[in-house]
Design a protein around this ligand. Structure first.
Ligand code: ATR
Length: 272
């Protein structure tokens, strides 16, 4: 039987994941299907259980279920443990439900490999302190930046995040208005772009060498990236490459082969 995969979420109809994974499968000659799976908001666990009981091989998990998946999985990778969220599920040989979070690896791969932006020894500003940021912090820290500042509208949440990762790296927590230096890299992990909002940052954070990365993506430049360009930053990148790279990392977990992402990123960009 052809191996079955899906992305589970609610809503899910507009997910790009089927188009991405179907391209990966064609490119690497893998015999699989990949569909969307709509889970009722109150029945995530049952939906996952049924999927695997019917022979499903692997799931990606998206909004709003990544934390549910973290609780439901029986085995977590170290990255997933730290992230507090799971975006990839599969069964191991003992039929244990395993969970990983490939979002952070996706972000770092997009920055370092696709965009040639090295994180080591850089001063990084991360905007936001919600689930999206928690999910990517450990892989960013593992690249040994010189400094990480987490800025958030609610500074107590940035403080909590810094505390939770303090054993890996000492990070600064701040509110936006307190920022008073220029950063090498600014990563927007707030959901402000969803509403066309921009975190209220002082101009000083951006210099001519600053690289700006919005974890969101859209057909046009995101509100944050438009602002970053206007303020004279060197380069603005959106999160489409991160989406592709987190998918490629999940594909590798399931299939043991590494798809090539570059031409798929271009195709998906074209379809936005
Ligand atoms: P996600 O899973 O996308 O991270 P979340 O956990 O609700 O969602 O976190 C959203 C993040 O975006 C938070 O850091 C939030 O700031 P608060 O902690 O102060 O709520 C941030 N955010 C959302 N809308 C924002 C806006 N208009 N301006 C600045 N920050 C915003």
């Amino acid at each position: 039987m052809t191996d079955q995969y899906a992305v589970v979420g609610n809503p899910i109809a507009h997910s790009k994941s089927p188009a991405i994974h179907q391209r990966f499968a064609a490119q690497t000659n893998q015999d699989l299907t990949y569909n969307t799976l709509l889970a009722p908001l109150d029945a995530f666990e049952q939906t996952v259980k049924d999927f695997f009981a019917q022979g499903g091989k692997g799931l990606n998990v998206t909004v709003p279920f990544k934390q549910n998946a973290w609780h439901y999985a029986q085995q977590l990778t170290d990255a997933a443990k730290r992230a507090g969220a799971v975006n990839t599920l599969w069964l191991d040989q003992e039929n244990q439900l395993c969970g990983d979070n490939t979002d952070g690896v996706g972000l770092v791969t997009d920055l370092e490999i696709n965009q040639q932006v090295v994180l080591k020894n850089k001063k990084i500003l991360i905007l936001g302190a919600g689930g999206a940021v928690r999910g990517v912090l450990e892989p960013i820290i593992s690249k040994q930046p010189a400094k990480i500042t987490i800025a958030n509208r609610t500074v107590a949440k940035a403080d909590k995040l810094a505390d939770d990762f303090a054993d890996l790296m000492a990070m600064e927590a701040a509110n936006f208005s307190a920022l008073s230096e220029t950063f090498d890299i600014i990563i927007n992990g707030t959901s402000a772009s969803l509403h066309g909002d921009i975190p209220p940052l002082p101009d000083v954070v951006i210099g001519p060498q600053t690289i700006c990365y919005d974890m969101m993506y859209s057909a046009e430049a995101t509100a944050f990236n438009q602002w970053a360009k206007q303020k004279g930053s060197q380069k603005q990148i959106d999160g489409l490459g991160m989406l592709l790279e987190q998918a490629a990392a999940a594909f590798y977990i399931w299939r043991g082969v590494n798809p090539t992402t570059k031409n798929v990123i271009e195709k998906i960009r074209h379809e936005l």
